[in-house]
Design a protein around this ligand. Sequence first.
Ligand SMILES: Cc1cc2nc3c(=O)[nH]c(=O)nc-3n(C[C@H](O)[C@H](O)[C@H](O)COP(=O)(O)O)c2cc1C
Length: 393
Amino acid sequence: MKLSGKTITVGVTGGIAAYKACELVSLLKKAGADVHVVMTQHATQFVAPLSFEALSGNRAVTDMFDTDHEWEIGHISLAKKSDLFVVAPATANIVGKLACGIADDFLSTTLMATKAPVVLAPAMNTGMLTSAAYTANEATLRARGYIFAESASGRLACGDDGKGRMAEPQEILKLIESVLAVRKDYAGKRVLVTAGGTREPIDPVRFIGNRSSGKMGAAIAAAAYERGAEVIYVATPDAVKPNAAVKTVTVSTTAEMYRAVLEETENADIVIKAAAPADYAPEAVAENKIKSGEITLKLKKNPDIAAAVGKIKGERKLVIFSAETENLKENATRKLKKKGADMVVANNVLTPGAGFSTDTNIAAIITEKSFVQLDKMTKRELADVILDEIIKL
Ligand SMILES: Cc1cc2nc3c(=O)[nH]c(=O)nc-3n(C[C@H](O)[C@H](O)[C@H](O)COP(=O)(O)O)c2cc1C
């Protein structure tokens, strides 16, 4: 049985598709998992907890302050003992709460506390699914490493036709199995990942920055963690943070990132530079806000972090990113040699679906011996491909 020895917590929220969660619990049990069910108060309007108790063989938790169960502090111990969480169906409400860090019931609190992978199976009316709020919340969660079981199109309970039906329990089961099948090929490895765009102050209120969101770095950090690595995350304050237990070092300027990376490289086996540190900084930072009018900024070159790591790396592997707008292969190959890197992940940031802030990327992986052009994929998928290629090095 594929899931024997695994503890899986199924979160059930208040949507029509809650009845389908019964089938999912049953499938997970048959696959050998120890299944626990946590229901929101609204979910209990749709299906009785007793159904889940009978199917899972465990008590279904519905109340944050119900102490009549085996765990000491329920949400924390369940968060720790679960190998995976799946929320099916996931309402617009739970997705929003997770994205914003609202922990006002047992399920949202437990989900916030866990470092285990979380699979979300959204189900809702098409209007809700395509709303700006939901779209932004899903993107935030994807960037943090949450995994989505895509909802399907068809006739919805509300009578509308469109996307929003919960993925079929069989499909969700397959996804869970693939997530838990992740190999621990990074166990014992220490991976340093940088993320985000640095800020170079001009005066107390202004800075020179760039469009890097930190999504790629966060995806790599989450993937490396899931594959067993100890992860050090050197990131700017605005960079997306991975949903994983990583050591985070927050830096703002390129000079700060330089110092942090050189210091942390000592503790790393692999350095992956997904951040976009500014190449230049104002030569002088004004003490007070510069008054409006024409100003001329004199810029100085910032330290080259990749080249510095390239010089001291020894046996470590160095992976750098190259955001190009033309002559990708030539420029990236030159960069590989110049910085002493082992791999360059290059993308043309002018191509739709690639580069800054998007959830997808279209990258090429360049090493001394090979050039592989990849198809468009999510940053999370690309993170795993990059980790696969590093192992081959
Ligand atoms: C009959 C009915 C069906 C509903 N179906 C859904 C649904 O499929 N998806 C959804 O996001 N909300 C749905 N809702 C609204 C949620 O129940 C509501 O947003 C609630 O606050 C969710 O709480 P929870 O996420 O804590 O369970 C439905 C409400 C009713 C009354």
